[in-house]
Ligand binder design. Structure first.
Ligand SMILES: Cc1cc2nc3c(=O)[nH]c(=O)nc-3n(C[C@H](O)[C@H](O)[C@H](O)COP(=O)(O)OP(=O)(O)OC[C@H]3O[C@@H](n4cnc5c(N)ncnc54)[C@H](O)[C@@H]3O)c2cc1C
Length: 306
């Protein structure tokens, strides 16, 4: 496979930012997954755009990875190219009460930085792992807030239309989803700007601390992908998994959390196959008991056998 990739051109243009046969597990929050044939590490939005442009020009398929906190990478890894997004510049405009961040910035850190600058409105995001880009793609949300509610615009590079600024309406946000989610590889988020409002750093910190304490009480610590399934209309995936008696179920080193049924944990060397066995079991049992088809919130990345 690697022979069919434009490795020489990538190395020529991006030098040390190119790695071959690169293990991906350490770049994911679940610490699971095989290697990418080629891993490109983008250090800025400009470099991210340049990398994506070469890949489109050479008709090479690729996967953008932010914090890897909403994906399960297969044990076989990813054939082709993965771009690890470390574009992390952030600019806060205190007067206008807005923040602009490159898409590889940690979203929670951006929210906390706003708080320290007396900007309120992003408290809900303080505990969300992953990047601004991943948050825009999946319309991340918590505690009653979501990206759709705060986003001013996303700077997007589109394979056909080039560089554009997309409004929330153009992103077609839905629950944990956007237009970008359904068209992987066709457009990438380079940066995004968010609106906030003037507030008081101490009050903002208190609110963030409350949200973080709530997470600590209700979500298990350790390596995971966060919520495995979307909540079905009018219900909670975690509640259904709990009532189905599946909390604590273990396959190898993977386990459905005893604290929260929608969190699947890696206790050490769990494989993607072990996590997938738990996913299948949870889906099947919930379907049999409650006639509810659980839909994955996380994304299966890489090579999966049909
Ligand atoms: C402990 C824990 C708690 C969590 N809590 C929450 C929560 O409260 N609310 C919530 O919504 N989520 C939560 N999550 C899930 C996850 O953190 C979010 O979905 C997050 O926004 C994903 O960002 P990421 O950078 O890790 O995305 P990744 O997992 O790296 O990528 C997700 C998808 O986005 C695409 N993508 C990433 N960056 C770009 C880009 N720049 N351009 C184009 N496509 C891109 C990827 O290709 C992939 O398709 C939690 C996860 C964990 C582990």
């Amino acid at each position: 496979m690697i022979a069919s990739l434009p490795v020489a051109r990538l190395q020529d243009q991006f030098g040390d930012a190119v790695a071959l046969h690169a293990p991906l597990a350490k770049f994911t929050s679940a610490r699971i997954g095989g290697a990418a044939d080629v891993l490109l590490t983008a250090g800025s939005a400009k470099q991210l755009a340049a990398m994506v442009t070469v890949l489109w020009e050479t008709e090479t398929s690729f996967l953008v990875m932010g914090g890897g906190s909403n994906m399960l990478v297969s044990d076989a890894g990813v054939r082709g190219v993965v771009i690890l997004n470390k574009a992390r510049k952030v600019k806060i405009d205190r007067e206008a009460a807005t923040v602009w961040a490159e898409s590889g910035s940690n979203f929670g850190a951006v929210a906390r930085q706003c708080g320290r600058s007396d900007l309120t409105g992003l408290e809900w995001a303080a505990g969300i792992p992953g990047t601004v880009g991943g948050a825009v793609v999946g319309n991340a949300g918590a505690h009653g807030g979501d990206v759709a509610g705060n986003l001013i615009l996303a700077e997007v590079l589109h394979h056909q239309y080039g560089r554009q600024e997309w409004t929330p309406a153009q992103l077609e946000f839905e629950y944990r989803s956007s237009r970008l989610k359904y068209h992987p590889g066709q457009a990438v988020v380079l940066a995004a700007s968010f609106k906030a409002a003037h507030g008081d750093a101490e009050t903002i910190k208190q609110k963030m601390d409350e949200f973080l304490a709530f997470r600590k009480r209700t979500q298990p610590p350790g390596a995971s992908m966060g919520s495995m399934f979307k909540n079905p209309p009018g219900d909670f995936a975690g509640r259904l998994i709990d009532v189905a008696g599946l909390k604590g179920l273990r396959v190898g080193q993977a386990q459905i959390s005893e604290l929260h049924g929608n969190f699947f944990l890696n206790h050490g060397d769990a494989t993607a196959a072990e996590v997938f066995a738990l996913i299948s079991q949870a889906r099947q049992t919930v379907k049999e008991k409650f006639e509810v088809q659980l839909e994955l919130e996380i994304e299966l990345a890489g090579e999966w056998k049909a």
